[in-house]
Write a protein that binds this ligand. Structure first.
Ligand code: ADP
Length: 478
């Protein structure tokens, strides 16, 4: 186990120590102040009560008993209660009338001033702290200066004891809290270490591996689950990529093998012109298939980086729909199919014109391909709220319900047997979907086997920038 000052564990422990130290200092200062003031105040209260008792004792002396002097009465009281405080009484000229027995050290001079109300004072004398209460009062009918004094040494001792015990326990507590903080953070961060060391073992070949998820219900569990989700997505992406590569290799190898064997077979001996013609036409067909496959692959590769490279420009969907219909009309005619289109005009949006043309090309080409002779193909473009809906439908062979969710996957073909050998790669709809997503559009499909299929692309309108004309419906029948 290595420790670095930057380690989260050390930083947490240090942070915890700083927090504890600050709290302890604050608590110590508060406790010290609180006890000092509470003890001082209770000492003062005691003196006030003592003074009240003394006044009551002297002034309630029986009237008929006139023999004892004021000093004698005070002395009786001092002896009777034997309290630690000393009592001194002066007349208003400062002459001492009475001083209770006790050590001289606690006897302090009258502080000066009138002290009509009780004056409390603290005096330092020979290393002792003396608290005094001075008051001008009436005793036995005469005004005198009454001074009660006593040491607060006991209270100071209590406060000192509290302070010392604090000074001793503080470092111990601090040490315990740092050690506790370190151990706690070590324990709390253990799952992070487990996750880190597991993550280090995962390589591109080992994406099936998952990180351990601590069932703590905290952020660490969320972190581990998020990493596992990421790994699952990575695994799926790598699987698709591997599949993609092997599919390409397979398709390319097949066509190249057909071309090579055809050529080798034709060259093995002298053949008639017809034989050569047949061999060359087979090779030409395979070349056509290969070039279509390469076209699709190129488009697929472009589609992957489409978001970055798309050339945004105003596009009139009705215009490109018309263009693509014209372009593919010959294909439909070859199969004696009817191609109908209902296109609203000025269907302005923003996008990459060549991409959108390719999208429509894929949908219309499929419609023609997967519709038997004399079927009907239709292309509709209409406005729906702030979007345009471009539909390409046919009365063709349809798509089985269980295949509908997969037709947009790369290289997926519903049923190899029903696909003619026409260079179809199974990439068309995957490319169509990328184009749609890159244009913030959506694509949906409805299909019924033996009845037909309709693909509908919904794309946002951008007419306010390019045209203010309202869309009009125009029917073209080819
Ligand atoms: P392909 O190059 O094979 O046409 P696509 O990705 O364009 O590949 O289409 C995937 C599969 O979806 C096709 O192989 C086909 O089986 C099915 N498909 C696509 N369009 C239609 C359609 N209009 N009618 C029936 N099936 C279709």
């Amino acid at each position: 186990m290595t420790f670095s000052v930057r380690s989260l564990r050390i930083r947490l422990a240090l942070l915890y120590a700083v927090f504890m130290l600050t709290s302890m200092i604050c608590l110590g200062i508060f406790t010290y102040w609180y006890f000092s003031s509470v003890l001082a105040s209770s000492r003062e209260q005691t003196m006030v009560k003592r003074e009240e008792r003394l006044i009551a004792f002297v002034n309630t002396w029986p009237k008929h008993d006139t023999s004892p002097t004021l000093a004698e009465k005070l002395h009786q009281l001092s002896v009777a209660i034997a309290e630690s405080d000393t009592i001194q009484v002066y007349d208003l000229h400062g002459n001492l009338l009475y001083s209770s027995p006790g050590p001289d050290i606690y006897k302090v001079d009258w502080p000066g001033g009138t002290c009509v109300h009780p004056c409390a004072a603290v005096v330092q004398k020979a290393g002792h702290t003396i608290r005094t209460l001075n008051h001008v009062v009436t005793l036995d009918g005469q005004q005198v200066r009454l001074s009660i004094a006593g040491t607060t040494d006991e209270h100071s001792d209590v406060v000192r004891l509290i302070r010392n015990s604090y000074l001793i326990s503080c470092p111990l507590l601090l040490f315990a809290s740092v050690a506790g903080g370190f151990l706690l953070s070590h324990r709390a961060l253990k799952p992070v270490h487990r996750i880190t060391s597991e993550a280090r073992t995962i390589g591109i070949q080992d994406l099936k591996h998952r990180l351990p998820v601590p069932k703590t219900g905290d952020e660490l569990q969320v972190l581990a689950e998020t990493w596992n989700d990421l790994l699952a997505r990575l695994e799926a992406a790598v699987r698709r990529l591997t599949q993609f590569t092997s599919d390409i290799s397979h398709d390319l190898r097949t066509t190249v093998t057909v071309m090579r064997t055809t050529a080798e077979f034709a060259l093995r001996r002298n053949r008639t012109e017809d034989d050569y013609r047949e061999a060359l036409s087979t090779i030409a067909m395979e070349c056509h298939t290969t070039s279509r496959l390469l076209d699709d692959l190129l488009a697929a590769a472009r589609a992957d980086i489409i978001q970055r490279n798309i050339e945004w420009e105003p596009v009139d969907l009705s215009e490109i729909s018309l263009e693509v219909c014209e372009h593919l009309r010959a294909n439909a005619e070859t199969k004696h199919q009817t191609l109908r289109s209902h296109l609203c005009r000025n269907a302005w949006t923003r996008g990459d014109i060549s991409m959108l043309r390719r999208l429509l090309n894929i949908l219309l080409d499929n419609a023609i391909k997967y519709t038997p002779e004399a079927g009907t193909i239709f292309v509709d473009l209409e406005k729906a709220g702030d979007r345009f809906e471009l539909s390409v439908g046919d009365t063709g062979i349809g798509i089985p319900p269980d295949a509908l969710s997969r037709i947009f996957d790369r290289f997926y073909r519903v049923d190899e047997s029903r696909n003619q050998d026409d260079g179809s790669s199974g990439l068309g709809l995957a490319i169509a979907k990328w184009i749609v997503e890159a244009h913030n559009a959506t694509i949906r499909v409805t299909s019924s086997v033996g009845v037909g299929t309709t693909f509908t692309v919904s794309i946002p309108e951008q007419s306010h920038v390019f045209s203010s004309e309202l869309p009009k419906l125009k029917a073209v029948t080819i």
